[in-house]
Write a protein that binds this ligand. Structure first.
Ligand SMILES: [Zn+2]
Ligand SMILES: [Zn+2]
Length: 137
């Protein structure tokens, strides 16, 4: 697994607060310019997948709606951890192991380009090999 290190000093490295335990999780967040949409988190861990191919059904429909979401969701793969990339689930808190409520509306979230990759989590793509993010200081 490739490892990408992001220094804490970067603008796009910050803390994601868990809405359950209020714990802070270091994470990297892609800029809006990166077009990392749509992306989906694993149902079990904090891994995340972003596939350029998933833009096609969105553009074909000309909008995001429940049908487009269902169409993409049906093709989402399993994560190496045994979970599955699933709409509507956020990353997993490193303190309490609960899912952080990052996604209010799974349909609208299809358009969110700001992909959060937690420290230690892996990002999967259909265009490049997977990589693990490490926040370093
Ligand atoms: Zn927590
Ligand atoms: Zn996983």
């Amino acid at each position: 697994m490739n490892i990408v290190e992001y220094p804490r000093s970067l603008q796009w490295v910050g803390h994601l607060r868990c809405n359950h335990c209020q714990g802070l999780n270091e994470a990297w967040r892609s800029s809006g310019m990166s077009d990392c949409f749509p992306h989906f988190f694993c149902s079990r861990c904090s891994n995340v997948i972003h596939r350029e191919a998933d833009k096609a059904p969105i553009y074909a429909a000309g909008k995001v709606d429940a049908d487009v979401l269902a169409q993409i969701a049906a093709t989402l793969p399993y994560c190496p951890c045994g979970g599955r990339f699933t709409p509507g689930v956020g990353p997993t808190c490193g303190h309490c192991q609960q899912k952080i409520d990052l996604i209010k509306d799974p349909v609208q979230y299809l358009q969110n380009p700001n992909m959060v990759v937690m420290d230690g989590a892996c990002a999967f793509s259909d265009e490049r090999p997977p990589y693990q993010v490490r926040i370093v200081g």
